[in-house]
Design a protein around this ligand. Structure first.
Ligand SMILES: Cc1cc2nc3c(=O)[nH]c(=O)nc-3n(C[C@H](O)[C@H](O)[C@H](O)COP(=O)(O)OP(=O)(O)OC[C@H]3O[C@@H](n4cnc5c(N)ncnc54)[C@H](O)[C@@H]3O)c2cc1C
Length: 325
């Protein structure tokens, strides 16, 4: 059962930031994640601030330098179906199409997807785990088959968003509005590892709202996103990979390899990228990059299967680009 809270729907961004700055306030975008958190008492709030009245946060449009602006209240379904995104930022359109179910994509927003809470069953369940202020991570000795293999400790969640790895591969920047200022944060620097602060997932301060995501001009970029899940119906990624590559005369001139389902944050594998840049993309390069991406993996007792799964996924996805030429 939900605890009682008041519900307000400010008409301006300034008012929304002000209302959200109050103690125990929560932000409601599409509500598909926060209502579940409140129902399960992952955290409680006394005031819900809906930003659904802020029409300026909706929609996708081209910007002057050839890039694209995606409002935080744009639905995931819109992103999946937008022809300009599909054409120029394929990884993002593919990732959006892989999120949950049609109903959730119609209701869930880009901002909500980037800021959703982790799905660890101890965190979401009746366990006073580290992330909720308790003393231990129950996954370490517990049912850890869906937990992280990279970047873990002292908490071993995996970051749940499909959009975030694709956007990081595309060098996205988020704009954030707060009490005193608006600021820009590269999405790659938006997420916080548990070793830095186990009680937060993002760098957002109290009252701050993600207003939009900026994608730089795509130019000659080739990108893709693919995920493996436990079942064919809607599900979070067991393993996912976003690739964004540029080629110069057949040689990789720039590469982004970002993993989902691997780490507490979307995991950019600079080791895999270093293997790829400066050489022709062929099956040997794909295999070497996949090997490099998993070099530092430290699986827990029950998630060792993720290591060969990621290796195969990365290799296959890179070979897909070889086949397409
Ligand atoms: C059954 C199920 C399956 C799912 N499967 C997947 C999946 O496969 N892949 C995937 O990526 N996701 C998946 N999700 C998560 C889903 O995509 C998110 O619930 C959704 O994107 C959240 O968007 P929302 O607008 O409903 O957010 P809300 O529920 O309104 O908010 C989510 C969180 O983000 C914060 N927030 C929202 N907007 C902003 C903003 N603009 N600025 C700052 N903070 C903000 C809220 O305060 C809240 O804490 C699944 C969810 C469910 C319930």
């Amino acid at each position: 059962m939900l605890n009682n809270f008041s519900y307000i729907r400010p008409k301006t961004l300034k008012d929304a930031v002000k209302e959200l700055s109050a103690k125990d306030a929560g932000l409601h975008a599409g509500g598909t994640d926060i209502l579940g958190c409140l129902r399960d008492h992952v955290f409680d709030i006394t005031k819900m601030v809906s930003i659904s009245g802020l029409k300026e946060l909706e929609g996708v449009k081209g910007i002057a330098d050839g890039g694209m602006r995606i409002g935080a209240m744009t639905t995931i379904a819109h992103v999946a179906g937008d022809s300009a995104i599909t054409e120029r930022y394929a990884a993002l359109a593919q990732a959006a199409a892989e999120v949950a179910s049609p109903q959730l994509r119609n209701q869930g927003t880009v901002g909500g997807n980037l800021c959703q809470k982790p799905r660890c069953w101890y965190y979401r369940g009746e366990f006073n785990c580290l992330r909720k202020g308790g003393e231990k991570c129950f996954a370490v000795m517990g049912e850890n088959q869906y937990h992280c293999i990279l970047g873990g400790g002292p908490c071993f969640i995996v970051h749940p968003s499909d959009l975030a790895p694709a956007m990081i591969a595309l060098d996205a920047i988020v704009h954030v509005a707060g009490k005193r200022e608006t600021r820009s944060v590269p999405l790659e620097k938006f997420y916080v590892l548990p070793v830095t602060d186990v009680h937060r997932e993002t760098v957002l301060a109290e009252g701050e709202i993600v207003t939009e995501v900026i994608l730089p001009a795509a130019g000659t970029i080739t990108s893709s996103y693919r995920k493996v899940r436990a079942r064919a119906a809607w599900d979070f990624a067991l393993a996912g990979v976003a690739l964004a590559m540029r080629f110069d005369k057949g040689v990789v001139s720039d590469a982004r390899v970002v993993l989902s389902g691997a780490a507490p944050v979307p995991w950019r594998s600079k080791k895999a990228e270093a293997v790829l840049v400066g050489r022709k993309l062929d099956p040997a390069a794909a295999a070497a990059a996949a090997e490099a991406a998993l070099k530092d993996a430290q699986p827990l007792a029950k998630n060792g299967y993720k290591v060969p799964m990621f290796r195969a996924l990365i290799e296959d996805q890179l070979n897909g680009m070889v086949r397409k030429g």
